[in-house]
Design a protein around this ligand. Structure first.
Ligand code: ADP
Ligand code: MG
Length: 327
């Protein structure tokens, strides 16, 4: 039953941000090192996501748009320790059913690129030749053009774009090894080179989030009891509204979790005598068997096998790090 729920939940295309998440995750799954995202009118009029991944073979192109056609094999065992981000095989089918979609790709070692087009449920019968380097471009136009009732739930261009940008931020914060660019209505919003060294990662965080945050942040790099924590926590000297600057990744995936926030706030309170709006960008790494991050594909929930262990590790690590730099 859990597997069925996960598959059903994959249906959800509510707004451009959801589409960007699915398409960027596909690009990452394909081993892309560079991902370019173009949006027009908040992503409602146009989304174009281009990657330099391994591409799709000619014969597989129409298949990629059909429901439950995943090249990422599913077994319940795989779900226990899911390595690739996509495992439902229906993002492209869902997206193509509510947009005008063009998928263009050139597979590694292939001589030519090919393209398929779909408008709503209608898919063009033919795969046509195209010009494209190795990799894939998904072009998605006119979201909900065929479902006016759903179009009504879209917000203003500004709001849709801010959701989209937030999604891109999370993805860019989860893969420093990949170069990202984001353009809106032709304007460059983010341009991020791949970042190996800590200093380059800090530049990415500064440019995505806030320079003051990273300038005053405490760098975390700790390991104990099989758990690893890396990243940055802000000091209270960074006083701008920080309520929304809370990014926590478990094995590379962003999560929202009460236990995590509780442990962090408690460390702040203990060391600095208040726990108001801590700002953090933190990465927790642990054995995938000790965590279930696929409770729901869009809600970012997480379930630790041993919540107490994780809580204590986070609390102790941050307590020490903050204590070391306490003014
Ligand atoms: P899933 O990612 O769950 O397998 P999707 O509907 O997102 O399902 O994608 C369907 C299939 O299309 C993928 O399994 C993959 O084989 C192929 N695909 C989609 N996007 C890309 C891409 N950017 N690069 C290479 N292959 C892709
Ligand atoms: Mg996918």
């Amino acid at each position: 039953p859990r597997l069925a729920n996960q598959i059903a939940a994959g249906e959800v295309v509510e707004r451009p941000a959801n589409i960007v998440k699915e398409l960027v995750e596909n690009a990452l799954d394909a081993g892309a090192t560079r991902i370019e995202i173009d949006a027009e009118q908040g992503g409602v009029k146009l989304l174009r996501i281009r990657d330099d991944g391994h591409g799709i073979e000619h014969d597989d192109l129409p298949l990629a748009l059909s429901r439950h056609a995943t090249s990422k094999i599913i077994t319940l065992d795989d779900l226990e320790a899911v390595a690739s981000l996509g495992f439902r095989g229906e993002a492209l089918a869902s997206i193509s059913s509510v947009t005008r979609l063009t998928l263009t790709s050139r597979a590694q070692h292939a001589e030519e690129a090919w393209s398929v087009h779909a408008e709503g449920r209608d898919m063009a019968a033919s795969v046509t030749p195209a010009a494209h380097p190795v990799g894939t471009t998904l072009e998605v136009r006119d979201l909900f053009f065929n479902t006016p009732a759903r179009r009504k739930f879209l917000r203003t261009e500004k709001t849709e774009f801010s959701h989209l940008e937030e999604t891109v931020k999370r993805l860019a914060l989860s893969r420093y090894d990949v170069a990202f660019s984001l353009r809106h209505n032709g304007r460059v919003i983010h341009q991020l080179r791949s970042a190996e060294r800590t200093i380059d990662r800090e530049k990415r965080v500064a440019s995505l989030l806030n320079k003051d945050f990273i300038d005053s942040a405490v760098h975390i790099d700790a390991e104990a009891v099989g758990l690893q924590l890396q990243g940055w926590v802000g000091l209270p000297t960074f006083s701008r509204s920080q309520a929304d600057m809370q990014y926590f990744f478990v094995n590379g995936r962003v999560v929202r979790d009460k236990l995590v926030v509780h442990a962090i706030k408690q460390a702040y309170r203990d060391v600095l005598y208040h726990g108001r709006h801590p700002a953090f960008v933190l990465y927790l790494w642990l054995d995938p068997k000790l965590v279930d991050v696929n409770v729901h594909p869009t809600k970012h929930e997480v379930r630790f096998r041993d919540g107490r262990l994780v809580h204590d590790f986070l609390f102790r690590t941050l307590h020490k790090a903050l204590g070391d730099v306490r003014p």
